[in-house]
Design a protein around this ligand. Structure first.
Ligand SMILES: Nc1ncnc2c1ncn2[C@@H]1O[C@H](COP(=O)(O)OP(=O)(O)O)[C@@H](O)[C@H]1O
Ligand SMILES: [Mg+2]
Length: 316
């Protein structure tokens, strides 16, 4: 079996997720290489560990860069902190005004509050960055490499969190609006209202893409080991709750060789887990990837992985 359907018209966002160390980054890059044959593709890492630079053996960083040696492929490693400080700088006046008009905090308190970190803000900012790229529309396909499961789940639940923040802010504003209307009888929408409205629209835009299975697909990566299977199960359950679709699963690190006693033993040990994956994730097509003799680093190794995921290029 090979990964299928990623070239479909309209499918723009492909997210890889799974336990740490199972091969998400390698598979995301190999997929981006494949897609860049026919589509302008942007590879986005939201993993704070940022391993796409290491795996591609070229520096990427928090600016979109063309991947050298590959036409039609650009990449970026999103740094949540930088995305957040960019957002704060851009919307500083609206954020301050929101707090000035809705709380009793003085300027000093407000400045301090704005420097505090809010749980979930990193993922919200990372996701907002992805959506901003999609809306700019410079690429046909966006391939996202995530950090281990917890992060991926927070990433996909970020619209809900952002929505909750907007609701709280809108409620705070409502009191302010009520007071102005009571005193002056007349309330004009201001930049804070527009800001909250634009955040609300961002939530809708993210949800519209995430929940539309013609636009977005989540590809879990797993290995034939007990812990990885359990974690994948939890991941798929959560994805299901958020109405995010998965059609196929990558089963990585499958032992192919029986050349020595060690390999034979490893292979036999994996068999029951491969069967368990079949029985547990019945709704998903499985794409098996053999364990390579060496780590996957550099374009040559990535192209070999790509062939395992998508089939031999000559035969296609
Ligand atoms: N099929 C494979 N065979 C051999 N090594 C692999 C394979 N898939 C991944 N690796 C190696 O395993 C390590 C973890 O892979 P990576 O793609 O970074 O996983 P993740 O992003 O899930 O943490 C890397 O050193 C990578 O080169
Ligand atoms: Mg990784």
């Amino acid at each position: 079996m090979a990964l299928a359907g990623l070239e479909n018209d309209g499918l723009i966002l492909i997210i890889f997720g799974g336990k740490g160390g199972v091969g998400k980054t390698s598979c995301a890059i190999a997929t981006a290489l494949e897609l860049s044959e026919n589509f302008k593709t942007l590879l986005i890492s939201t993993d704070p560990a940022h391993s796409i630079s290491d795996c591609l053996e070229q520096h990427i960083g928090f600016n979109v860069r063309e991947v050298s040696g590959i036409e039609n492929l650009a990449a970026i490693e999103v740094v949540a902190d930088e995305a957040l400080s960019g957002f704060k700088t851009e919307h500083q006046s609206e954020l301050k005004k929101l707090l000035e008009t809705s709380t009793n905090l003085d300027n000093e308190d407000i400045d301090e509050l704005l420097t505090l970190s809010i749980p979930g803000i990193d993922e919200v900012m990372s996701f907002k960055t992805i959506i901003d790229f999609i809306e700019e529309g410079q690429y046909n396909k966006y391939v996202v490499d995530t950090a281990p499961t917890g992060h991926a789940l927070r990433l996909i639940s970020s619209p809900k969190l952002l929505d909750e923040w907007v609701k709280v802010a809108a409620r705070m504003r409502w009191k302010y609006r009520y007071m102005i209307t009571s005193f002056s009888g007349n309330y004009q929408q201001d930049e804070v209202d527009s800001f909250l409205l634009s955040l609300k629209k961002t939530v809708k835009r993210i949800e519209n893409i995430l929940r539309d299975n013609t636009k977005c697909e989540f590809i879990p990566v797993c290995i034939p080991e007990a812990m990885a299977i359990m974690e994948t199960g939890r991941l798929l359950e959560e994805l299901g709750k958020s109405e995010i679709i998965s059609r196929q699963i990558i089963v990585n690190n499958v032992m192919a060789s029986e050349a020595c006693g060690f390999c034979k033993q490893r292979k036999a040990g994996q068999l029951k887990y491969i069967r368990q994956i079949d029985e547990t994730f019945t709704q998903l097509n499985k794409v098996e990837v053999p364990m390579f003799a060496e780590e996957i680093k550099g374009l040559e190794a990535l192209n070999q992985l790509r062939m395992c995921l998508f089939g031999d290029m000559e035969r296609r």
